[in-house]
Design a protein around this ligand. Structure first.
Ligand code: DAH
Length: 360
């Protein structure tokens, strides 16, 4: 085999052996680039005698052309193969569901959902929404609500106290949302019509009690507000919340220092094993406390009880959420278990409204 034939065979073999366009480019530069093996031979032509050049010229040109053609053909092959591979690996299955965005994956906690539902219902009834601090004074949590010092009803609230301050006062974690009644009434003039949802705290923990829980307070004060208004409001609320017209309630006399008379409200229900169905059956389930605002509470807020009267109610939000959404253990609300939240949570973009549906 002549030198030229050997060079040609080697270069063509190298071209065939390339697996990528990048490798091929290296082989091309090695043969036909400025300092490539074939280019170097071409440079030698100038130093040859005319006879030699006559023979070597066409031979080298032929070699250059064949190698060039082989490279171009291999390049087309590699390009095609690369394209095929991309098509195979980047194949899009248009029948797959669209991947959820973070806002679609995230879940609204059932408690937040319940508070949003309650707020939607009362706002529709013309109630404002008020808030108060989690850390309260003895005055707002008890005193102004007609729990005098030493009153036994104070002991029913397993209160978390902070250390005594220098001035002798002892802040506490509010044991109910009722302090918002006086705080809000102090700020302006009657009439009042508001709810106050929020966190509450008591030193208690079992399947149905947690140290932190949630209540929504309601207060209506006007010149001629009476118990009929209270009953209608609670019925309206419970029917809207449980999304059934079948809700039936009954009042039982009770005692709260800040209301007179005081009542507890039960809803009719059916108990089927572990399940409780609201609005059917002939059992009763206690659901909230309420009453007519005690004159002393109005006086705490500088309102004349001879001119104004009102009703108040307090509902456990956690309890309402458990009942409506069939959640058996209250403690799970506070465990931040993602699997639980995925199961019981709500889509972030489904905002509860009365017109659009509360929980659908
Ligand atoms: N604050 C009471 C509690 O936590 C609940 C309550 C009962 C609130 C009657 C009220 C009411 O406004 O009228 O046990």
């Amino acid at each position: 085999m002549s030198d030229l034939e050997k060079i040609e065979a080697d270069v063509l073999a190298a071209v065939q052996a390339t697996g990528t366009e990048k490798d091929l480019e290296e082989v091309r530069v090695g043969a036909l680039g400025k300092k490539g093996s074939i280019s170097e031979l071409m440079k030698g032509l100038g130093k040859m005698t005319p006879e030699e050049r006559k023979e070597m010229g066409p031979a080298l040109n032929g070699l250059k052309t064949r190698v060039g053609d082989a490279i171009a053909a291999r390049k087309a092959e590699l390009h095609e193969a690369a394209l095929e591979e991309r098509l195979a690996t980047e194949k899009v299955d248009v029948t797959l569901p669209v991947r959820q965005t973070p806002i679609e994956q995230g879940r609204i906690h059932p408690l937040t959902q319940t508070m949003d539902e309650i707020t939607a219902i009362f706002c529709d009834l013309g109630f404002a929404v008020e808030e108060g601090p989690d850390i309260e004074t003895d005055y707002y949590n008890f005193e102004a609500l007609n729990f005098p010092e030493g009153h036994p009803a104070r002991e029913m609230h397993d209160t978390f106290y902070f250390h005594e301050r220098e001035d002798g006062t002892r802040p506490l974690l509010r044991t109910h949302t009722s302090p918002v009644q006086v705080r809000t009434m102090e700020k302006s003039e009657p009439p009042f019509r508001f709810i106050a949802p929020g966190r509450t705290f008591r030193c208690d923990s079992d399947q149905t009690h947690t140290p932190q829980f949630h209540q929504v307070e309601g207060l209506v004060v006007d010149r001629d507000t009476h118990m009929g208004h209270l009953k209608w409001t609670l019925e309206e609320f419970l029917r809207a919340y449980f999304e059934t017209e079948g809700v039936e309630i009954r009042f039982r006399p009770s005692f709260f220092p800040f209301t007179e008379p005081s009542m507890e409200v039960d809803v009719r229900c059916a108990r089927l094993g572990n399940e409780i169905r609201i609005g059917e059956g002939d059992d009763w389930l206690e659901i909230l406390g309420c009453g007519m605002v005690h004159p002393n509470v109005l006086k705490s807020a500088n309102i004349d009880p001879d001119e104004f009267q009102g009703f108040a109610f307090g509902v456990g939000i956690d309890r309402l959420a458990m009942l409506k959404y069939g959640i058996p253990d209250l403690r799970a609300f506070f465990e931040t278990d993602l699997r639980w939240l995925r199961h019981y949570g709500f889509a972030a973009l489904d905002v509860p409204t009365l017109a659009g549906g509360l929980s659908s």
